[in-house]
Ligand binder design. Structure first.
Ligand code: ADE
Length: 245
C-alpha cells in the first residue's frame, strides 16, 4: 500500500511513522509513507496556501490550487484511482469497518487541514471520502490521519504476527474483547478465574465469548443493537442481565 499525506506540518509524522508496528510495516515493504508539504505545490509567489473567505467572516480557507495539483501529481495514471481522504469533523464517523475497507486499497492520499476550512471545490472534485475520527474538533487533520493510518496498516497482510492477529480485536467481531490475565495466578490475593487455568479449551472459549458479550452489553449496549446474536448468546445475555440487576 502507498500512503501519501498532504500536510503543512510534515514533522508531526516522523515519530508516529518511525516507531513500532508502523515502522516495521514499512521495513517489510507492506507500506510506503510519503509525507508531503503541500505548500511546495503553491504557484503563488509567497507560496500561500490559504486566503480570506468570500462573503467575509472569520478564519482562512485553504485554496484549491495546491491541493488539486498535489493530488494530480501523486496520482499515477496507470493505477486504479486512489482514495483521497479529507480529514474533517464533518466527515463520516470512522470505525473498524471503514478501517477494513481502506486496508483493501493500494493507494491512500490524506489531506490534512490545520485551523482553516477547505474551499468547497476540493471536496467536490478531488476528495473521495471525508472522515471524522469522532465528535470533537482537533486543531488539524494530522492526528486524525495518524489514527487512521495506524488502524489500517495493522490490518495489512503480514504486518502483525499470528500471535497478534487482528481477528479477535475489539470491534472486528462486532463485540468488545474479553478480559485477559497472565501470571501469576494469584497476585496479592487477586485470583485469575479458575476456568482459564484448567486447559479445557472448549470451556475457555465459551467463557471468553460470554465475557466478551458481558463487556459489550455493560459498556457499549449500542453495539449489541446491530449484532446478530446466536441462540446461546441470547441465553447468556438474559443470564447476564439478571446477574447485573
Ligand atoms: N480535523 C479536526 N477535527 C477532526 C476530527 N474530529 N476528525 C478528523 N479530522 C479533524
Amino acid at each position: 500500500m502507498k500512503i501519501d499525506i498532504l500536510t503543512l506540518f510534515p514533522e508531526m509524522f516522523s515519530g508516529v511513522f518511525g516507531e513500532s508496528i508502523l515502522k516495521k510495516a514499512q521495513e517489510k515493504n507492506a507500506v510506503t509513507y510519503n509525507v508531503v508539504n503541500f505548500r511546495n505545490y503553491s504557484t503563488n509567489k509567497h507560496q500561500n496556501v490559504d486566503d480570506y473567505p468570500y462573503g467575509g467572516g472569520a478564519g482562512m480557507v485553504l485554496t484549491p490550487q495546491p491541493i488539486f495539483d498535489a493530488v494530480a501529481d501523486l496520482t499515477n495514471q496507470n493505477e486504479k484511482k486512489p482514495r483521497v481522504i479529507l480529514m474533517c469533523p464533518q466527515g463520516e464517523r470512522y470505525n473498524q469497518k471503514k478501517a477494513e475497507e481502506l486496508s483493501k486499497e493500494d493507494h491512500l492520499i490524506f489531506i490534512c487541514g490545520h485551523y482553516e476550512g477547505y474551499d468547497e471545490r476540493i471536496r467536490q472534485h478531488v476528495v473521495t471520502d471525508e472522515i471524522s475520527i469522532g465528535d470533537y474538533v482537533l486543531t488539524g487533520g494530522e492526528l486524525a490521519s495518524m489514527v487512521i493510518v495506524d488502524s489500517v496498516v495493522r490490518l495489512l497482510p503480514d504486518v502483525l504476527g499470528n500471535e497478534d492477529s487482528p481477528i479477535k480485536d475489539s470491534h472486528s467481531s462486532g463485540l468488545l474483547e474479553h478480559p485477559h490475565y497472565t501470571r501469576p495466578a494469584n497476585f496479592r490475593g487477586l485470583e485469575v478465574p479458575e476456568v482459564l487455568l484448567n486447559g479445557n479449551h472448549k470451556k475457555i472459549d465459551e467463557w471468553r465469548e460470554r465475557e466478551s458479550l458481558r463487556r459489550t452489553i455493560l459498556r457499549r449496549p449500542d453495539l449489541i443493537t446491530n449484532y446478530e446474536l446466536s441462540e446461546r448468546q441470547k441465553k447468556w445475555l438474559k443470564e447476564i442481565e439478571k446477574e447485573v440487576e
